[in-house]
Design a protein around this ligand. Structure first.
Ligand SMILES: *[C@@H]1O[C@H](CO)[C@@H](O)[C@H](O)[C@H]1NC(C)=O
Ligand SMILES: *[C@@H]1O[C@H](CO)[C@@H](O)[C@H](O)[C@H]1NC(C)=O
Ligand SMILES: *[C@@H]1O[C@H](CO)[C@@H](O)[C@H](O)[C@H]1NC(C)=O
Ligand SMILES: *[C@@H]1O[C@H](CO)[C@@H](O)[C@H](O)[C@H]1NC(C)=O
Ligand SMILES: *[C@@H]1O[C@H](CO)[C@@H](O)[C@H](O)[C@H]1NC(C)=O
Ligand SMILES: *[C@@H]1O[C@H](CO)[C@@H](O)[C@H](O)[C@H]1NC(C)=O
Ligand SMILES: *[C@@H]1O[C@H](CO)[C@@H](O)[C@H](O)[C@H]1NC(C)=O
Ligand SMILES: *[C@@H]1O[C@H](CO)[C@@H](O)[C@H](O)[C@H]1NC(C)=O
Ligand SMILES: *[C@@H]1O[C@H](CO)[C@@H](O)[C@H](O)[C@H]1NC(C)=O
Ligand SMILES: *[C@@H]1O[C@H](CO)[C@@H](O)[C@H](O)[C@H]1NC(C)=O
Length: 438
């Protein structure tokens, strides 16, 4: 009985594991299956000629000087070097969208490397990108679209030959890991799309030091940290819809990218890590689990803070609010647990900040009692008094310091002057004596 029981359990566990594995792999190649299923218009290239010849024919028909070749919705399962051999330096873009490509022969595109500006390979069934696929220098290539494949591995160095690469779309694949040096040679890179993958790991030095990115989209992945990149500039970093639990910008790097907008919304952030940053101007932390801002980093340049839909957020930590958010212009606290008194206090004390809340919240706060109003005014006034006191204190302190300094500086000066005069007199008499001797 016991043996039977454990045997069935083992079997059950095995079955469970197996189905889990199937589920994972199915999830990842689903885009690939979907594409082929939905495609009613596929031309059957296997009829008549050999596949390769058919593709060559189709390409030749379209290729004139500086032309763009489009081979969408065929049944092409593989790109071979032969297919693209005879169109060498004529075309500037080639589009293989929605085929069934699972493999690209080494160096297939190399014959076109001096002229090609754009390669489209989206909606295929590619699984691996290796550094041998694009092995010549592509001196003009600016865009490559590899989205909606089933790519789960990208070898470091795969894009090293794209000297002018500006935009790469790897979204909607199964990428788990970004190797170091992946885009290290791509100085001109402006857009990286990696949304809808399964990324958990990002190694150091992914980007070129000189790159200035417009957008780095890492939304819909499995990241549990906010990656920092060592490059010049990133305008928008998008890590929304990941698995972040901590708002931490301190991830070590001596020269982090200058970051302008950060979208970390739709995560599970409940903790924040202190720190200071001067770069971030727009920050989206909506749809998280933040409860208070006590540990929030000081963001000196922050103008827009979206913190709506943190349902349990009840404390904005208003002490030193103006110092911590000295440049804030818009604050979105709708769908939070912020209370009327805090809201009213914000409105009175910081009239330059426009606060966005639900409209019913504002009406609810309207019949907030006059006693509370009085209380808030008192806080603000006492705060003003405090500042004035501080200023007065500072002034008297400054005066005292200055007088002490004057005394201390004047003593040696007088002494020096005296000495100097004496030495002049002394040297004068000396020279006089010399002259007399002469
Ligand atoms: C599919 O084929 C029909 C008829 O041949 C054509 O009108 C339509 O434009 C095609 N659709 C696509 C997406 O190629
Ligand atoms: C394409 O043609 C080949 C050969 O005629 C045939 O075996 C195959 O089923 C066709 N495929 C489709 C999708 O029609
Ligand atoms: C490519 O062109 C060469 C000559 O220009 C020709 O001999 C060869 O057959 C062509 N190859 C294909 C696959 O069309
Ligand atoms: C591509 O080239 C690499 C290195 O030369 C080799 O290991 C690999 O087998 C090649 N792949 C194919 C499909 O020929
Ligand atoms: C890449 O192709 C996909 C699918 O056609 C498209 O939605 C996306 O906008 C393209 N990416 C870029 C950067 O143009
Ligand atoms: C980040 O990604 C989400 C989902 O793709 C999108 O809605 C949002 O606009 C993006 N944010 C930025 C700043 O690009
Ligand atoms: C969010 O984080 C908390 C711990 O901080 C954890 O208990 C919870 O399961 C997480 N929720 C999700 C959806 O990951
Ligand atoms: C948020 O508040 C609700 C109701 O007060 C409570 O049930 C829930 O546990 C709180 N969630 C967190 C993450 O503190
Ligand atoms: C504030 O957040 C809410 C809910 O996320 C959104 O509907 C609204 O547009 C936001 N307001 C501003 C000014 O961004
Ligand atoms: C505001 O006043 C109305 C009517 O005087 C009352 O019904 C409502 O409960 C009050 N709301 C709050 C939040 O006190």
């Amino acid at each position: 009985m016991q043996i039977f029981y454990s045997a069935t359990t083992t079997l059950f566990v095995l079955l469970h594991l197996f189905s889990h594995l199937i589920l994972i792999s199915a999830e990842c190649s689903s885009s690939c299956k979907e594409n082929s299923a939905n495609d009613v218009n596929r031309t059957n290239l296997s009829d008549g000629n050999s596949l390769e010849e058919a593709v060559i024919d189709a390409i030749l028909k379209q290729s004139k000087i500086n032309s763009r070749v489009e081979l969408r919705h065929f049944e092409i399962p593989k790109i071979t070097k032969n297919m693209l051999k005879n169109i060498s330096s004529v075309i500037i873009s080639i589009d293989f969208q929605s085929n069934k490509i699972t493999e690209i022969e080494n160096g297939s595109f190399d014959e076109m490397s001096k002229k090609l500006e754009k390669i489209d390979l989206m909606e295929n069934c590619l699984r691996k990108i290796t550094k041998h696929i694009f092995s010549d220098d592509f001196s003009e290539l600016q865009e490559i679209n590899l989205s909606f494949n089933a790519i789960n591995s990208i070898e470091a160095g795969s894009f090293d030959r794209f000297i002018k690469l500006s935009s790469i779309d790897l979204s909607n694949n199964c990428v788990k890991h970004l190797h170091s040096n992946l885009f290290r040679q791509n100085d001109a890179l402006r857009e990286v799309h990696l949304q809808h993958n399964e990324i958990t790991k990002i190694e150091f030095h992914v980007l070129a030091l000189k790159a200035e990115l417009n957008i780095f989209d890492l939304s819909y992945n499995n990241l549990d940290f906010i990656p920092q990149f060592k490059t010049k500039n990133i305008q928008h970093l998008n890590v929304s819809h990941n698995k972040l639990i901590r708002f931490d910008l301190n991830y070590e790097f001596s020269h982090k990218a200058h970051l302008e907008a950060l979208d970390a919304s739709h995560n599970n952030i409940s903790a924040c890590a202190k720190g200071i940053r001067k770069d971030i101007v727009r920050l989206d932390l909506s749809y998280n689990q933040i409860i208070d801002l006590s540990e929030f980093p000081v963001l000196l340049n922050l103008e827009l803070l979206q913190i709506s839909n943190n349902k349990n957020l009840s404390d904005l930590w208003l002490e030193k609010f103006d110092e911590r958010f000295s440049n804030l212009r818009i604050l979105n606290i709708s769908e939070t647990s912020i209370q009327c008194n805090e809201f009213k206090y914000l409105r009175k004390a910081f009239p330059s900040i426009s606060i966005s809340t639900e409209s019913n919240f504002v009406t609810e706060c309207r019949n907030f009692s006059s006693y509370d109003d009085h209380f808030i005014t008192k806080i603000i006034n006492s705060k003003h008094d405090e500042i004035l006191m501080q200023l007065k204190l500072n002034r008297s302190l400054l005066i005292t310091l200055l007088s002490i300094l004057t005394v201390f500086v004047s003593i040696p000066i007088v002494f020096l002057l005296r000495n100097h005069c004496f030495s002049i007199k002394h040297s004068k008499t000396e020279s006089l004596i010399e002259q007399i001797e002469l």
